[in-house]
Design a protein. Structure first.
Length: 150
């Protein structure tokens, strides 16, 4: 026999580990770049007034009452303010509320005689009077009122 030797490299997985590590690093790098590029732009936070605990409680009651009014609505007609008072739904059952239009109510804030809430059922929104809100508001264009519901 002639002296030709062929060296056979053992398949012990040393090179395989290197390729798996490179592939894992590439996938992680793609994920990091993708997350960085897909970030939503920062949106400015709306300035909302600080409410007293009684004001926060009244806002919570109004949010619940807004849902109740939606349940009481029939054939596109919103319930009357008298129906909300009769159903003993707070804060309407406490009095002091006015019905400006169908589904639009104006009421007092607890503990602040000059402050008011505006509830618009068609817009599914609750507004708080702003600094420049004066006179009787119009529910179709509540200018100078602060939106309190998302």
């Amino acid at each position: 026999m002639s002296g030709c030797r062929e060296r056979v490299v053992p398949d012990d997985g040393r090179n395989e580990n290197r390729w798996v590590a490179l592939f894992t690093a590439a996938v992680l790098l793609c994920g990091v770049v993708g997350i960085y590029l897909r970030q939503a732009p920062d949106t400015p936070v709306a300035q909302t007034p600080d409410l007293t605990p009684a004001g926060r409680q009244q806002l919570t009651e109004l949010v619940i009452a807004l849902d109740e009014a939606g349940f009481m609505a029939s054939d596109g007609h919103w319930p009357a303010l008298a129906a909300m008072e009769q159903a003993l739904i707070p804060p309407f059952s406490e009095g002091g509320w006015q019905e400006l239009a169908n589904g639009c109510w104006l009421g007092p804030r607890v503990g602040q005689p000059d402050a008011r809430w505006l509830v618009s059922l068609p817009a599914n929104a609750i507004f708080l009077d702003g600094e420049e809100a004066s006179g009787i508001p119009d529910c179709t264009t509540p200018l100078h009122w602060i939106l309190m519901t998302p």
